[in-house]
Design a protein around this ligand. Structure first.
Ligand code: FAD
Length: 744
C-alpha cells in the first residue's frame, strides 16, 4: 500500500494518549499562566483549551477589552506598586512591546507564542475536555476531543487544575460547587441579597465598527430590540468603534446551560443599540459600519468550586492576610445589576460595589477542591462568595491564582501529597519555588537558601540617594484640606531624622507657617493613621521654589516605613517631581480612567541622607516596592554603564543566574515598554579576578530574565548595565545565582 493512504482497513491513529504531571483545562488568563508556570517548574504539562485561541474574554475572538490591556487585579487607584509579577508580567510586557510596534489586538497570539516556547508543555487548542473518569476521590482520566480533526485524547494526569471558568472538570468529577448568590446572612456581606438565589454576573458581547469613508445605511434585523436614548442609564456610547462592556445580559439565566440563548439575547441588544446609534440621530455614525461581532459571549461568572475556605466580602475589606496566602488582589468589588443593560440603573460601581478596596490575600485553601483529592482550581471559579468573586475575577488576579495553583501541583507531585497537605505544611517551600518564576505576593517574605548570592557581598558603581529636591517638573500639589492629606512616605535607612526639606511655592504676599508631622506608617497606603513621632513647622517666605526646612530631630528605625504629613496651608503648593521610585510614594494619587498609576513624588531631601536604593538590596528577596528595602537604583546623574559586582561567600559551582529588573509595577495600563526597565546588559562570571561573559542582552524589556549556562566554578558575578529603556538609572531588584538551573 502507498504511504500516506488511509482507509478503514488502515486507519489513522485518531487517538492520542497523554501521561502528564498536570492537566490544565481552560486557556484563559488563569490557565495560560498556570501552564507556563507548571512547565517552567519542570512539570510535564498539558493545556487543553476548547477555543481556537487563548485568553478567554480578552482573547482575539472575544475582545472583552478592546485592545487587550486593561488587565487589572492588585493595581488600583489606592494601591501602590501592586501589579502582578511572574508569567502574567511577561504576557503584559511582550504585548506592550508589540503594541508599541504597531500590533493591535493580538493578545491571544502573545499568549500562544509564550506557551508554545515551553518544551514541557503540550498545548491542545480547539480541544474540549468532555469526560472525567474517577478512581475513588481522584481524577484518573480526562477525555477530550479536538474539533476539526477527529482526534480523541485520553489524558492521564497526576494533578488537574480546572481553569475552565465554568468548572466543567470539578462539576463532572462531583466536586462541591456553588452557582448563584449567597444570602446576606450567610457571610454577613453588605452587598449580598437578603435571600440566596441563582443569579450571577451577566455576559457581554463585543463588536467593532469602522469609518468606511462614505455614508452607509444600516437596516436592523426584524428581531433586533428597539432601544432609545432613555435606556442607556449611565452607559456612555460616545465612542462607537469599540463595543461596550455594559452591553450585558444573562445574569438571571444559567450562564452554563443557557449560553447560546444568552448569545441570541445579546445579539438582539447589540443590533438594537447599533440601530439607535446609526438611525437614532446625533451619534456621528453616518459613515460607520460594524465590521466584526464576537461569536461568543464574554462570560463573567458561572460555577465556583468549593475549597477548604470560602473568601468573603468582609475578608476583602479587612485587607486580610492568611498563613497560606499565596495570591492577592485589590480589584474593585464590582457587582453588576442582574438585568444588565435592561436594569434601569447604572451598569457598575456606585451602589453595586466598592471601588478600590485595597490589597488582600487569597489563601491556598480557596484553590483546591474540598472533596476531590487531585483537583485544584484557578481563575474565576475559585472558592469565594459571589460578592468576593466580583473582585477576585480580575484578569491579573486570575493569573496569579493560576501561578499559585501550578506551584502547588509541583509540590503535590514532588511529595506525592494532596494540595491540602501542601497548604498545611509547605507554604514556605511553595513561596520559594514560586519566587523562582518571579511570582510575588506583596508583603510576604521568602527565604531562598539555594541562592548563592543570599550570603554574598556586593559592590555597585553608584547608587541613588533619596534627594529629589532638584528634580521638579513644574507640577505642584496644593496643601489643601482634603480627606487625604499631602504626605510623602519613605523607608528609613538611618537611625535619626534631623530634617526633611521640601520645595514649596508660597503664592501669597506674606510669609506662611506650614505645619508638618513625622509619622510611623501603620498601613502601607494609609496617610491618616500611624504613630506621630514628631511635629514641627517652618515659616515660608513668599515666592517660587522656596525650601521648607522641617526640623524633626527624631529617632528612626532603619528599614521602617515613615511618612511626612503636611497640614493644610492656603496658598502653599508643594513642588512635585516625576520619578517613579518603588516603595517611595506620595499620598495623593492621580485619578484617571483607566487608572494609570502615578510616577510623582514630592521634591524632598532628608538630613541625614536616606539611601533606600543601595546595592545591598540586590541580595534580598524583596522584589517589589512595599514595606521593605527592595531595589538597587544607580545614581541618575552618573552615566551608563553602571555595574554591580557580587562575590559569593565561597567559590561555588554555578549554572544559572536570575535577574529581576524594574518594569514600573505602579503603572496599571501598559501600552509600551517601561522606561525603568534595563535594556542592554552583560552578565559576567568572576573567577580568580578575571571576568568571563556568561550572557549578553541588547534589547531587553522583560522584568524577569533567567540565564542558564554550562556549570562553571565562580567566585562571583558581575552585571554591567549599558542602557535602559529610557530611565537614567540602572534599576535592578535582585540578582540570584544557583548551582542548578532547575527548581528542586
Ligand atoms: C465583558 C467582560 C469584561 C471584563 N473586563 C475586565 C477588565 O477590564 N479588567 C479585568 O482585569 N478583568 C475583566 N474582566 C474579568 C476577566 O476578564 C475574567 O474574569 C478572567 O479573564 C477570567 O479568566 P479565567 O481564566 O478564570 O476564565 P476564562 O477566561 O473564562 O477562561 C476559561 C477558558 O476555558 C475554556 N473552557 C471551558 N470549558 C472547557 C472545557 N471543558 N475544555 C477546554 N476548555 C474549556 C473556555 O472556553 C475559556 O476560554 C472582564 C470580564 C468580562 C466577561
Amino acid at each position: 500500500m502507498e504511504q500516506g493512504y488511509y482507509s478503514h482497513e488502515n486507519p489513522q491513529n485518531l487517538v492520542r494518549t497523554h501521561r502528564v504531571d498536570v492537566a490544565i483545562v481552560g486557556g484563559g488568563m488563569a490557565g495560560a499562566s498556570a501552564a507556563v508556570t507548571a512547565a517552567r517548574l519542570g512539570l510535564k504539562t498539558l493545556l487543553a483549551q476548547n477555543r481556537p485561541c487563548l485568553g478567554g474574554p480578552i482573547s482575539t475572538e472575544c475582545e472583552s477589552n478592546s485592545d487587550g490591556h486593561l488587565i487589572v487585579g492588585g493595581s488600583n487607584w489606592t494601591t501602590r506598586d501592586a501589579r502582578e509579577t511572574g508569567p502574567i508580567e511577561e504576557f503584559r510586557m511582550t504585548s506592550a512591546d508589540r503594541y508599541e510596534n504597531g500590533w493591535r489586538n493580538h493578545f491571544s497570539q502573545v499568549l500562544r507564542d509564550i506557551v508554545e516556547k515551553e518544551s514541557n508543555l503540550t498545548l491542545l487548542l480547539n480541544t474540549e475536555v468532555y469526560d472525567v473518569k474517577m478512581e475513588g476521590k481522584r481524577i484518573r482520566e480526562l477525555t477530550a476531543r479536538t474539533i476539526g480533526s477527529d482526534l480523541t485524547h485520553h489524558i492521564f494526569p497526576k494533578m488537574v487544575i480546572d481553569c475552565s471558568g465554568d468548572s466543567f472538570v470539578g462539576f463532572a468529577a462531583g466536586a462541591k460547587y456553588r452557582q448563584g448568590r449567597e444570602a446576606k446572612a450567610e457571610f454577613n456581606e453588605s452587598l449580598a441579597p437578603e435571600e440566596s438565589d441563582s443569579c450571577v454576573l451577566g455576559s457581554s458581547l463585543y463588536f467593532r465598527a469602522v469609518d468606511v469613508g462614505h455614508p452607509v445605511k444600516f437596516t436592523p434585523p426584524d428581531w433586533a430590540d428597539r432601544i432609545d436614548e432613555s435606556m442607556f442609564v449611565n452607559r456612555n456610547h460616545q465612542d462607537i468603534t469599540n463595543g461596550y462592556w455594559w452591553l450585558e445580559c444573562g445574569g438571571d439565566m444559567d450562564t452554563v446551560c443557557d449560553n447560546e440563548e444568552i448569545y441570541k439575547k445579546l445579539l438582539k441588544i447589540l443590533y438594537g443599540i447599533w440601530d439607535h446609534i446609526k438611525n437614532g440621530g446625533g451619534h456621528g455614525a453616518d459613515n460607520f459600519a460594524i465590521e466584526w461581532i464576537s461569536s461568543i459571549p464574554a462570560k463573567r461568572e458561572s460555577r465556583r468550586l468549593i475549597g477548604d475556605h470560602i473568601l468573603t466580602e468582609g475578608e476583602i475589606l479587612a485587607h486580610s492576610t492568611f498563613p497560606d496566602g499565596v495570591a492577592y488582589s485589590g480589584g474593585n468589588v464590582d457587582l453588576h445589576p442582574i438585568k444588565g443593560f435592561y436594569s434601569g440603573n447604572e451598569p457598575s460601581g456606585g451602589r453595586h460595589g466598592i471601588i478600590s478596596p485595597g490589597l488582600y490575600q487569597i489563601p491556598l485553601r480557596c484553590l483546591y477542591s474540598q472533596n476531590i483529592e487531585n483537583l485544584l482550581m484557578a481563575g474565576r471559579n475559585i472558592s469565594v462568595s459571589h460578592v468576593a468573586l466580583s473582585s477576585t475575577r480580575m484578569m491579573g488576579t486570575c493569573s496569579v491564582l493560576g501561578q499559585a495553583a501550578a506551584g502547588t501541583t509541583f509540590l503535590c507531585v514532588k511529595y506525592s501529597e494532596n494540595p491540602r497537605q501542601v497548604a498545611q505544611k509547605r507554604i514556605g517551600e511553595l513561596l520559594r519555588i514560586l519566587h523562582r518564576v518571579d511570582h510575588t505576593v506583596p508583603g510576604v517574605a521568602v527565604t531562598d537558601p539555594d541562592n548563592l548570592c543570599a550570603q554574598a557581598s556586593v559592590k555597585v558603581s553608584s547608587s541613588m540617594k533619596l534627594n529629589l529636591l532638584h528634580r521638579g517638573t513644574g507640577m505642584r500639589e496644593k496643601l489643601s484640606a482634603d480627606e487625604i492629606p499631602s504626605a510623602q512616605s519613605f523607608i528609613a535607612t538611618t537611625e535619626s531624622l534631623d530634617e526633611a526639606i521640601f520645595l514649596m511655592h508660597n503664592r501669597s504676599a506674606s510669609a506662611v507657617t506650614v505645619h508638618a508631622e513625622l509619622v510611623r506608617q501603620q498601613e502601607m497606603y494609609e496617610f491618616t493613621t500611624g504613630e506621630v513621632l514628631a511635629t514641627t513647622s517652618c515659616t515660608l517666605p513668599p515666592g517660587n521654589a522656596v525650601q521648607a526646612h522641617f526640623r524633626f530631630q527624631a529617632k528612626l528605625q532603619p528599614g521602617t516605613r515613615y511618612y511626612i504629613r503636611m497640614a493644610h496651608a492656603p496658598d502653599v503648593e508643594s513642588c512635585l517631581c516625576e520619578h517613579y521610585l518603588p516603595g517611595v510614594w506620595k499620598s495623593k494619587m492621580k485619578r484617571s480612567w483607566p487608572p494609570q498609576g502615578d510616577r510623582h513624588n514630592h521634591c524632598v531631601r532628608f538630613i541625614p541622607e536616606q539611601h533606600p536604593f543601595a546595592g545591598e538590596n540586590l541580595l534580598n528577596n524583596n522584589n517589589r516596592g512595599g514595606d521593605a528595602l527592595s531595589i538597587w537604583i544607580s545614581d541618575p546623574d552618573a552615566p551608563f554603564p553602571q555595574s554591580a559586582e557580587i562575590l559569593f561567600p565561597e567559590r561555588s559551582l554555578c549554572s544559572c543566574v536570575e535577574l529581576v529588573f524594574d518594569t514600573g509595577l505602579d503603572h496599571i495600563n501598559i501600552y509600551s515598554r517601561q522606561q525603568e526597565c534595563v535594556k542592554e546588559y552583560v552578565l559576567e562570571g568572576i573567577i580568580a579576578g578575571e571576568y568571563q561573559v556568561l550572557a549578553e542582552e541588547k534589547d531587553n524589556f522583560l522584568r524577569f530574565r533567567k540565564h542558564v549556562f554550562p556549570p562553571i566554578i565562580l567566585d562571583g558575578i558581575r552585571l554591567i548595565v549599558k542602557a535602559s529603556n529610557g530611565d537614567p538609572s540602572a534599576r535592578v531588584y535582585q540578582i540570584r545565582a544557583y548551582k542548578n538551573s532547575t527548581v528542586e
